[in-house]
Design a protein around this ligand. Structure first.
Ligand code: ADP
Length: 283
């Protein structure tokens, strides 16, 4: 099972004299169960790229395949695709619109043709998974805090039983606690239910901690596709395109320069730094 992009390119305004590609000749495959992050500075093409994956945008060139089938071919159900591949956009307010949280989360399943009862069962299960307190199900989604809104928006996707969950900056504007909570819930979904997660993020700390694979975008292209460890080893290259490594990586390198850590330190998370430092101290 996979989503594959084959030589996809996209131009927003084809009438321009000089063609400006938002995405240029990208090929990649994401398999069910993966946890992939997409990083890149603003305008590098991340949002455009994710919208191919559930058929919201049709590439100007190239093909989008879901389970090996061209999603823009006649007869392919885009509605079915959007059930299997859900996107949670950057601003949850734009995805919430019903009068109560429960109704909001039921909207997707009902739209798929489920009965009220079935939709409600699925909605309740999804809200539970996203740790939304039952006491708030009858509240308006607009009364919620930023973190809760995010969770309700994600529950709305989960209620449709997707195989792929695409999250565009799910932690933007949240405090560290809210950020960790939501990322932990997402990680649990990934390993316990095998839902593939595609996480667009500006936080190098978050992607180092959670992703198993990172795609680095620059100027509409994917310029690196590797494990977080390998990507952040090349932090000098990331800097040339306006990105960086997690802060703790810099601290570890500074310590290594002073001889306090091995010169080939590859630390990406605070937990790893702690272990490395303790190792040295114990010697
Ligand atoms: P990112 O998500 O990495 O910030 P985007 O995919 O939003 O990048 O943008 C890629 C390029 O496409 C940028 O140059 C951006 O200005 C342009 N772009 C994005 N959306 C539109 C749009 N609706 N109309 C015209 N150009 C757009």
């Amino acid at each position: 099972m996979s989503i594959a992009l084959e030589h996809v390119s996209y131009i927003y305004d084809p009438d321009q004299k000089v063609k400006k590609y938002a995405v240029r000749d990208v090929s990649l495959e994401i398999k069910k169960g993966e946890f992939v992050s997409i990083i890149g500075h603003t305008g590098s093409g991340k949002s455009t790229l994710i919208q191919f994956m559930n058929g919201l945008l049709k590439p100007t060139e190239g093909r989008v395949l879901f389970e090996g089938q061209d999603v823009f071919e006649k007869g392919f159900s885009l509605k079915g695709l959007r059930q299997k591949v859900g996107i949670s956009f950057q601003y949850p307010d734009n995805q919430l619109f019903e009068s109560t949280i429960l109704k909001d989360v039921m909207f997707g399943p009902k739209n798929l043709g489920q009965s009220r009862e079935e939709a409600e069962t699925n909605a309740r299960a999804a809200l539970k998974v996203m740790a939304v307190p039952e006491a708030s199900y009858d509240k308006s989604p607009f009364e919620l805090s930023g973190g809760q809104k995010r969770r309700v928006a994600i529950a709305g996707i989960l209620a449709m039983n997707p195989d792929y969950l695409i999250l565009d900056e799910p932690t933007a504007g949240l405090d560290p606690e809210g950020r960790d909570e939501i990322l932990e819930l997402i990680r649990t979904l990934n390993w316990s239910q095998g839902i593939a997660v595609i996480l667009v993020s500006h936080s190098m700390e978050d992607v180092a901690e959670y992703a198993k694979r990172i795609l680095v975008m620059n100027d509409g292209q994917i310029i690196m596709d590797d494990t977080p460890r390998e990507i952040f080893k090349a932090y000098r290259d990331l800097e040339t395109i306006g990105l960086s490594a997690p802060q703790v990586t810099y601290i570890a390198h500074a310590l290594a320069e002073k001889g306090f850590l091995p010169y080939d330190t590859n630390v990406m998370t605070v937990e790893e730094a702690k272990k490395e430092i303790l190792k040295v101290l114990k010697k």
